[in-house]
Design a protein around this ligand. Sequence first.
Ligand code: 1HE
Length: 301
Amino acid sequence: MFNAFTWQDTIVIDNNLFDNLLHVRKLDSTPSIMTQNFHPLLQRAESNGIHFEMKGAVALVRLSRPTKRNALNDGLIEALRDVFQNLPEEAKSAVVYGEGDHFCAGLDLSELKDRDAGQGVHHSRGWHVALDAVQLGRVPVVAALHGAVVGGGLELASACHIRVADDSAFYALPEGTRGIFVGGGGSVRIPKLIGVARMTDMMLTGRVYNAVDGERIGLAQYHVPTGTALEKALDLAQRIATNAPLTNYALMHALPRIAEQPADHGYLTEALISSIAQAAPEAKARVRAFLEGKAAKVQKS
Ligand code: 1HE
């Protein structure tokens, strides 16, 4: 499967990714060609509908099945898992985005075969592993959303840590009207963003939220003009990449768990993780820099 390249091969990737995207403004100073050593599974991901590249310390992960509106077939789900389980060491944050007019049309319905209950469980659990690799991996992930963010596409977006949506974005959970149910962790993650009542409404009635209302109810943290979601997401990811690694780790792995603990357990976990973070040499250096007037103040936005 991987005989075209070995792990140590130098691979030339066409880095001209922003030219062919609708709704995505070209970014400045993107090198036209970039060489990287990537894990072989990232090579396989390339042939399964994921385009991967590094931009500085940010891993750029593009869903690349535009003719099928980036619908998530089994190969694409496995590719997402492989990418997030094998990010290059230099990656400190990541951006997920979609090629073409839409972020993602959800589960590839053409692959929805007759499954018995056991096979269905395993299929759904495969999605859980892939989207857990996004949420509970090594680096924070920013989703750049535009066009359709529906079904499994919304499940993928909800596994990311920050969602930036441009004005063309719309959100839906058509599973209800297709006679199925979410299976990619949506029933766990989406109520945490918008509440059980709103998710129930989306699935019972087929309600579609536009970009403005999506931000209002918590589906996205940022709402930006059409065509600028990737640029904004990259800007945020670059900032995140400069954080102390232990802070990012605590936010990804400790905060969500603390939020689900009973208060007295949460206080103890918080005390443990905060003391681990502040004991790191990097934290001490950053605090010292502020006290010596060498670090930026908090600015009113
Ligand atoms: C697809 C899919 C798909 C498009 N699976 N092939 N998701 C849905 O129910 C959403 C279904 N899709 C749509 O409602 C629309 O396609 C969109 C609003 C996303 C985009 O509309 P549009 O007009 O830009 O594209 P299109 O003409 O509808 O689709 C272009 C092609 O993509 C067409 O194939 P073609 O061979 O005729 O060109 C479509 O069939 C194909 N396509 N979406 C398969 N989803 C873990 S459980 C998760 C459960 C779910 O995610 S359920 C929700 C599924």
